[in-house]
Design a protein around this ligand. Structure first.
Ligand SMILES: [Zn+2]
Length: 256
């Protein structure tokens, strides 16, 4: 009897989570209404330089992300004039839970629950549809940051960024990339080499000359210069959403 109840409760819980995930997916990719992306800045290294950068952040500095989504959505035939609105929220003073690089399946589940709790605690009462926690680092102190991530389950992202004005453009690329993951887009670079995958990771796979490419595909992240080299653009001006990514977030019917 108890066994039956336990199994029923567990099944219902899993069903509810699956149903909520499905509702989120439908709502965020119907492109009927403007999606609100909430940016929650965090001082990741506690440096005064980082604090100064965060204090000087303004919503207008994130405007490139809105412009990028509007431009690319239009190019892919979406009628909605403003697909996303980016809102800057006050600084969050607690770091998000960290997923260890060698985490096993149980640790990953525990982390994802902790991440959902963290999101609810710091961003729960806001109007944001998608919550992106941006961990700023002083580039003078931190040369390499961990991988950023975006989760479709829970509609949240964690972005590692640099607290330096001239790197705003690159930070915006990483934010846009992780937002795309929350909408269901997949990576389009080779995990071994980090090089963009052909054809889906190329901005213009049909260009008469394959290299160098003038722009980067957002989910590849870098612009292919040759068979073996690629570079990250300075800003979203030189980034596009490719057909495969557009299909994944339902801007296009998927190619057969
Ligand atoms: Zn990615």
């Amino acid at each position: 009897m108890w066994r039956l109840i336990r199994i029923t409760v567990l099944s219902l819980t899993l069903f509810a989570v699956a149903a909520l995930t499905w509702v989120d997916r439908e709502r965020t990719t119907d492109w009927d209404n403007t999606l609100w992306i909430g940016i929650f800045p965090i001082n990741a290294d506690g440096r005064p330089e980082t604090a100064r950068y965060i204090a000087g952040l303004e919503r207008s500095r994130l405007g490139a992300i809105e412009g990028f989504f509007a431009r690319e959505a239009r190019r892919h035939g979406i009628a909605l004039e403003r697909p996303v609105h980016v809102e800057l929220f006050p600084e969050v003073r607690q770091l998000p839970p960290r997923l260890p690089a060698d985490a096993g399946p149980l640790q990953s589940i525990a982390w994802s629950l902790a991440m959902r709790y963290y999101t609810w605690k710091h961003a729960g009462g806001t109007l944001a549809d998608i919550r992106v926690f941006v961990l700023y680092h002083d580039p003078g102190r931190t040369l390499a940051v961990p991988h950023s991530l975006g989760l479709q389950k829970g509609l949240m992202g964690v972005v590692y960024a640099y607290a330096e004005r001239r790197m705003d453009g690159m930070n915006s690329i990483v934010i846009a990339h992780e937002v795309m993951h929350t909408l269901g887009a997949t990576d389009k670079y080779d995990p071994e080499t980090n090089l963009p995958q052909f054809p889906d990771g190329y901005a213009r796979p049909d260009a008469p000359r394959r290299h160098p490419q003038a722009a980067a595909e957002l989910m590849a992240g870098r612009r292919p210069l040759s068979e073996t080299e690629a570079e990250m653009p300075d800003s979203l001006r030189d980034v596009v959403v490719g057909d495969r990514t557009a299909a994944e977030i339902r801007w296009l019917t998927p190619p057969r």
